[in-house]
Structures are given as C-alpha cells and as structure tokens.
Write a protein that binds this ligand. Sequence first.
Ligand SMILES: NC(=O)C1=CN([C@@H]2O[C@H](COP(=O)(O)OP(=O)(O)OC[C@H]3O[C@@H](n4cnc5c(N)ncnc54)[C@H](OP(=O)(O)O)[C@@H]3O)[C@@H](O)[C@H]2O)C=CC1
Ligand SMILES: O=C1O[C@H](COP(=O)(O)O)[C@@H](O)[C@H](O)[C@H]1O
Length: 586
Amino acid sequence: MSSFSTSLSSSSPFLSNHSSLINSDPSRRSLSFPQGINLDDLCVRSKRKLVQSSVAVGDGAVITKSSSAEVKTEPLSIPSQEADKLVIESNGGEQQSTVSITVVGASGDLAKKKIFPALFALYYEGCLPEHFTIYGYARSKMTDAELRDMVSKTLTCRIDKRENCGEKMEEFLKRCFYHTGQYDSQEHFVTLDKKLKEHEGGRLSNRLFYLSIPPNIFVDAVKCASSSASSVSGWTRVIVEKPFGRDSKTSAALTKSLKQYLEEDQIFRIDHYLGKELVENLSVLRFSNLIFEPLWSRQYIQNVQFIFSEDFGTEGRGGYFDHYGIIRDIMQNHLLQILALFAMETPVSLVAEDIRNEKVKVLRSMRPIQLEDVVIGQYKSTTKGGVTYPGYTDDKTVPKDSLTPTFAAAALFIDNARWDGVPFLMKAGKALHTRSAEIRVQFRHVPGNLYNRNSGGTNLDRTTNELVIRVQPDEGIYLKINNKVPGLGMRLDQSNLNLLYSARYSKEIPDAYERLLLDAIEGERRLFIRSDELDAAWALFTPLLKEIEEKKTIPEFYPYGSRGPVGAHYLAAKHNVQWGDLSLDQ
Ligand SMILES: NC(=O)C1=CN([C@@H]2O[C@H](COP(=O)(O)OP(=O)(O)OC[C@H]3O[C@@H](n4cnc5c(N)ncnc54)[C@H](OP(=O)(O)O)[C@@H]3O)[C@@H](O)[C@H]2O)C=CC1
Ligand SMILES: O=C1O[C@H](COP(=O)(O)O)[C@@H](O)[C@H](O)[C@H]1O
C-alpha cells in the first residue's frame, strides 16, 4: 500500500489563482483557503480573527475590520437605532469584547457528552477569546460547583499536550457557571442577563446560546433568551440542535416561530456531520486536486454510496427515536447534507452563501423519492455467544407494535446535467455489525478494457476503481486501483492507495462540535443549514415519510448486530450496484 502525498506544488493553477501555501515545512504543507484558514491548525483562523477589530451592530450583524483597514460587511440589516450604539474595539483596545456562551439544557446528555468537552477542547487549544464566560442553564437545581463537578467528569485533553491538562481544566472550570431556570420564564432569563452582565464587566458583549433541549421547548427558550438576555452591544446568536421539525409543515412552523424573535443570520442550525473532518475535506479533495473534479460526473461515476451504521441500538433514546425513525434521524439531515456537498457545482467562492447556494440547487434538483426505491428495517432481539441483545421494541419507552424504522436504504437521483441517471444510494442503520460512516464512489468500467482478455483470473468487471472517504472511525481516504502482480506473468490485482489520517498526521482530529462551536463564535455560517436548504431537504423526504406512515409499511426485521435487511441488497441490485461496504475486499 502506498500513501498519497497531500503536498501541493506552488505552480498549481489552483493555488496561484486562489491561495497561497503557508508552512515552512514542505512535507507538512497544507492548503490555505482564500480567507487564510489553515486546515492544519484549527486556531490559526481564530487567532487571526482575534486580532481583527470588530464592530458589532444590532441583531447579530458584525462588521469586521482587518488590520489592513479593509472592511468586510456581512449582509445583515443594521437597525438604525442600533447603529448609534456602535462600539469600536481597536487593536489598542478602546473597548475589549467578550463572549458569553449559555448552554441551555446544560443538565442533559448532549451538553455533558459533547458541548462542554468541545468548549474545553477549544479553550485548551487557545481558540476561545481571552474574555469568555460559560453558563449552564436548565431547570435542575445545581450550584456552580455541582455543574463544574459534572462537567469535569467528561473533560479530556489532547493526547499531544497532556502535561498541563489538570491546570487547564481548573482554569476552564473557573469560567463555568450555572443558572437554574425555566425555559419559558422571562424572569429567569432576566436574572441570567444580570449575571452575564456582571461577568462581561462592561466589555462589548457577544452572546451565544446553545439550545441543547428537546425541540418542543426551542421556541419558548428562544423567545425568552432573545427578549430578556440578548446582547445590547454585540451580537446574539443561537445554535439550534436537530430535529428541525418532523416534516415540511412542522419545520416551516418552527422556522416561522424562531424568526419572530431572531433574524435568519442569528440562527445556526447545527448538523454535526458537517463539522466532521472528512466531510470538511470533501470539497478540498474535489476542488484542489485536478485528478478528481474532471471525473466527478455521470460520465465516469457509476454510483455513489453514503453509508452510516452503528453497532448499538437506540438504548436510552427510544422515546425520542420512535417519534422520528432513522430516515429523519440520519438520512434527511446528515447523509443528505453530505450528498449535497458531494454533488454541488463549484461554488463561486468558499464564502458561506456561495456554498449554501450550490447545495440548495442540488437539493432542489433531486427527484422525489419513490417508495419502491426504499427499504426499511427494524432490529430484533438476538442471542449470540450466550449474550442476548434487545430488539428495538424491547425498549420500555417504545410501543410494542412500533413500525418505526431503525434501518433504511434508499436510491436517490439528481436530475441535472452532471448527475442524470447516477444512483445515489443511502443506507443508515442502528444495531448493525459495525460502527462506521463512509462515502463510496464507484467508477464506471474502463471502456474496451484490454486486460479483460488476459486478466488471469481477476474479474475486471468487478474490479472497477472505487474511492472511499471514511468519515469514521479511522478517518481516511483510499482509492482502489488495479495493478499488476509483480512477477514475470501478467496477473492483475486490486490495491489501495491509502491516506490514513492517523498515520499521516500526529495531531488528534478535533471533534465536530469543536469546529462548529468555533464557527458559530466567529460567525462562520458555511457549515450550518440555511432555512431554504432545510425546506428543500424536507420537501424531498416528506412525501416518502407520509406514504410509509399512511401505508403502515412493515419494516423488514434484522437481527441485532447483523448486516441489515436483505432487501437492501435487492435495492442496490435493481440499480446495478453492489454495496461497497459489504464486498469481500472493501
Ligand atoms: N444526545 C445526543 O446524542 C443528541 C442530541 N441531539 C439533540 O440535542 C438536543 C438535546 O439532546 P439531549 O441532551 O439528548 O436531550 P435531553 O433529553 O438530555 O434534554 C436536555 C435537557 O432538557 C431538559 N428537558 C428534557 N425534557 C424536557 C421537557 N420535556 N421539558 C422541559 N425540559 C426538558 C432537561 O433539563 P432540566 O430538566 O434540568 O431542565 C434535560 O437535561 C435535542 O434537541 C436532541 O434532539 C442531537 C444529536 C445527538
Ligand atoms: O444525530 C445523531 O447522530 C448520532 C451519531 O453521531 P456520531 O457523530 O456519533 O456518528 C446518532 O447516534 C443519533 O441517533 C443521531 O440523532
């Protein structure tokens, strides 16, 4: 196996047009994006931004002023009464700014598992601004000390910098506070506001609210946060967790309600798959390597597969899951977002709106999904090696007669010039034999393949090139190529050109939530879902979901820990495809 080199020649037309190389060690060169984001070091951009002067205006609008005096304005409306309140922070520090992050639903699973650890990781890496405060907010009664104790149990340090880990944790925890309150109480948010102001100490205050609560209370919390705890001098942004509704209607209603209190630019709809390193890398792979983009169409690609599997069931989340099912939980958001990034046309720039415009076009070009192009399944109990694994309906929070799919496979099509006729297969399941997420690109056969005649036992009809982007675990990219078996004869073999991230980079890959939280703090919207993207995603899936539910389609049962329903193979075969993850030489 050989490994790809990721270094790029400075004579590359891409680089000369759009970017420059920064890193003195040529073996570790990485691509610098137009905005100067160096993917090798997450915080380069943060540090760069922190030396920028910032002028915050009204509801989430931010004007950034670089030290070279070039002023870039994000396209937001600036209420005129707010314009009077402009406070300019110069590099000399006329007025310093601060960020207050409130985790709403701080006592919950996601906050403990992901949000606080991600905030700590950002702090640890020096990515948070000098002045910041973190508040946990929930109904549960807790003191600051109890919150810190809860949070401390989940914190870990980057493997390469363990020495001062304990010290950093202590410092971080001192910046964490807790406020008990109801999600629909203006009064409780007013008290939060007072506490935040004390910490902000008269600095220009920017506020980020992370809604880590069940969706039925999103709007109450947004109403109270925006009316009683918005920043008066800086920006106020709200990260909203999925689910964003259950279908087109409920999603539109949620958006409408949120927009009563927030501008679209203040709403950061999170899809944590967009924050995963290999998903971020998709565009880099496509648009910075000459060898891929010319092949990226129906002319050379036979099919594309988006595969998500988990080797555990819905244990503990059955109540939530039963209301949504795997299509809403994984396909309509995570897999569809990856598909849109994969299939979009080259954006005008890497600016958020340019990328999101292209993604929407893909989503709106997709053909309505037909029920006959979908297979659904549900896991059942099984006993292996003396251990009994529960079935989905064994969960006490799930109705015994639930038909909710825990597995689904679907064939989707993009009716545009680039992708006409190419099946985009999706497969997502819980309680399968393995945990992984990957994108597989299967290329067409070599026309008139010379070696078919003397392949010496290798079936070259099967061994087409395949590009695999393994999102997790063991992040990597590999390309299956055909090569000659060394020796005097002429036998062909298939091998992998393999870029395994852990072998190539000593740096630990940041968790998706780290990237996304940092983006939200910096006002970078590229990886968040715009409302028209969301509408297009729901428009695609809503008729299918309705049909499945109205017809009470019975899912195909599959044993816990298996490879899923056999129906998925028939679906792929119908489109002349084999699932890449199930082939012997995957
Ligand atoms: N957990 C995960 O892995 C993922 C979660 N999400 C989404 O993130 C959000 C938070 O998830 P998670 O942390 O698992 O949620 P939880 O069910 O743990 O809820 C978070 C907090 O909200 C409060 N809460 C729970 N139920 C209610 C209710 N009915 N009425 C009022 N308050 C309630 C509780 O705090 P208190 O009682 O103290 O007020 C709880 O600690 C959800 O929208 C979820 O869909 C998205 C992806 C993954
Ligand atoms: O959004 C969700 O994602 C998780 C899987 O996320 P991962 O980053 O661990 O792969 C999934 O378990 C959950 O059901 C879903 O709501």
